[in-house]
Design a binder for this molecule. Sequence first.
Ligand SMILES: [Zn+2]
Length: 426
Amino acid sequence: MVNPRNSSQIRRSNIQTLLASIRQNGPISKRDLQKLTGLSWGAVSSLTGLLHESGYVVYTGKQITNMGRKPSELDINPDDHYLIGVDLNLSGICGVVTDMKGRIVREWLRLFARNEYDCIMETLFSLLDEILHEVFPHKHIIGIGLAVQGFVDIENGLSTYFPHVQHWKDVPLRRILEQRYGYPTLLMHDPHCIMVAERAFGNSFMRIAQNAVMIRLDNGIGMSLMANGQLYLGANGKSGEFGHIPIDPDGPLCSCGNRGCLDEYVSGNGLVRRFIELVNQGRETSADIDSIGNTGYKTLGAAGLNGDSLCLELFRQMGEYLGLSLSILFNMFNPDLVVLYGDLTAYRSLFTDAIEKQLASHVYAGIPVKLDYSELGRNAAAQGVALLVSNQAIEELDLGEGEAVAAEGQRPGEVTRYGNAVDVRD
Ligand SMILES: [Zn+2]
């Protein structure tokens, strides 16, 4: 006799397997789903029917062919069961709403008036209020993902430290958002979210790579490591603090409190710091010094592209530091590739030769050196964290016994806690 508890667990697990397979392979026929999952025809038919009734999947591909009517194929519903992904970054907040496949339905970009706790939180709330109450009040929202800069305590949902923002310590972002909106919320360090997006939507090599490093270059520098197809988070989720490896113990003070971190040399803020230092020492430049307060390293990049010798020198030096540091990563991890992402890469022509020179000199013989620039846009971290929430939602999916139970948007106090998302979609 079948144990009813086991039978309901098996049924639940089969539904999750089918939804994951449709998400990854859709549009896909039921026959192919059966081959892929090894489930019985009866199980595939009834459970995909349930997923369809619940609005998770839709039928597509109903063309008439010479052989008759082509079997309907199943795919993720692009019109409902949405996820919200937010990239909380010093250069602004990028928000996206995606379907369960990670396809972007709509996108927002908000800038902060000031880098202060109150201002950042108000901007975040106003974005989420707009998404949930004005733009998508009648859709099923599955959850909210937050990609956050600085140190993130993934397990407890805390943003421990946000660089260059005063009075920001151990902010319980997950609890704040779950109490305010009632949706399960996931916090993740932003470079890991970009890695997830690269894996799903990046170039063809990135999609099949098993071991990769992703570096985010912007005002600061961030890193994510993927090993054997999984995000490598480390002992307590703090892996990838590449920007805080010490370069010079007597170097400038870093926002983390230490001296001479890589972040002070290889980042937009580092470029600006060094530029001001040299101009104060009397170096000549054609860069528009007055605009640096507003546009930061972009002013230096523009001047470099116009041939300003000081800015050319600064970007070349940054490339040398980055190339040296990357050679350590290549030698230690032997990745299939390293991907560089972020707004600072718009000026890659000013530093890529310097990186390659260092790699050619310092990477150990026989270790392949593959360095790519990301093809993803500004929304990659937001899209990646939405995909992580989608992964977790599938792992937690329970359509109940018998008939379909439509997943109503949850109200405050009914939050389902997701586990710590670490899987990179294969
Ligand atoms: Zn540091």
